[in-house]
Write a protein that binds this ligand. Structure first.
Ligand SMILES: N[C@@H](CCC[C@H](N)C(=O)O)C(=O)O
Length: 262
């Protein structure tokens, strides 16, 4: 069969997008999904996203996300932003969207090539010294450190991702360094890609919240500089210390459309 696909990227985090409203791809076909994401034998991407019919009346569509290893995973922030751009391209939405992903409902807005995605509230941030752990739809371990540009993120990230602490579910690992006030450099090792990616949406969201929670940032609108580009994260802190009204904003664009023999 010939499969029509679209390739999108959001600050260099790249995804194969498939309009699966006619159920052309089975979610259990791990082998096919990992082959489509393979950079040598397939299209090449950090993940694959299926756009499906919504299950809730108030939604425009449903998001189903797979890591490059072919397994369905937790939330992908950059992928969600790219999916909103894809839904706009398909004519499913205009400027605003409402959709459900594995972590629950999301709202989104588009404006001049930028897509803002509302992320889930965060009630808990665990901090120990220069590290933090929190879940922004996906689990993120953060190390605040110096010389982030010089780190071997693949090696150091894998050491933490496969450590005893994360033995059960694994984690994504972010290395963050203050650049100026309320601005951080971030590099991320992604679970399921098992390598550094050029940017991670749930990862930079986690860094922004952890930076505020640990007193490393005093603002509620944080700029994050990843190797693939810049993102911003805004939030409100409730009286109980929970992070609410969390929005991730950055560019998302189609790279190309193609067909692959499957
Ligand atoms: N690139 C993503 C995160 C994708 C999920 C992650 N690999 C995991 O398995 O937790 C993002 O932009 O958030």
């Amino acid at each position: 069969m010939k499969l029509t696909f679209y390739k999108y990227q959001g600050t260099g985090n790249d995804f194969v997008m498939i309009d699966n409203r006619q159920e052309i791809i089975s979610k259990n076909n791990t082998k096919l999904i990992s082959r489509l994401c393979d950079r040598k034998f397939g299209i090449g991407a950090d993940g694959l996203i299926l756009l499906e019919h919504p299950e809730r009346a108030e939604d425009d569509f449903k998001m189903v996300y797979f890591n490059a290893d072919g397994n369905q995973s937790s939330m992908c922030g950059n992928g969600g932003r790219c999916l909103v751009a894809f839904a706009k391209f398909l004519g499913i939405i205009k400027e605003e969207a409402s959709f459900t992903a594995i972590d629950g409902p999301h709202k989104a807005k588009t404006n001049n090539g930028l897509v803002s995605l509302q992320m889930q509230n965060v009630d808990e941030v665990n901090q120990t010294g220069n590290t933090s752990f929190l879940d922004t739809g996906s689990p993120h371990h953060i190390v605040f450190t110096k010389n982030v540009k010089d780190l071997d993120v693949k090696v150091e990230g894998a050491t933490i991702r496969y450590s005893e602490e994360y033995r059960n579910g694994g984690t994504n690992v972010n290395f963050a360094e203050p650049e100026e006030e309320n601005t951080f450099l971030v590099r991320t090792y992604e679970r399921g890609v098992e390598d550094e990616t050029l940017s991670c949406g749930t990862g930079v969201t986690a860094v922004a919240i952890a930076a505020n929670s640990s007193g490393r940032a005093n603002g509620n609108n944080i700029k994050l500089i990843a190797p693939g580009g810049e993102l911003s994260v805004s939030f409100e802190k409730s009286s109980t210390g929970a992070y609410e009204n969390v929005w991730l904003t950055g560019p998302a664009e189609m790279v190309f459309k193609g067909e692959m023999e499957c």
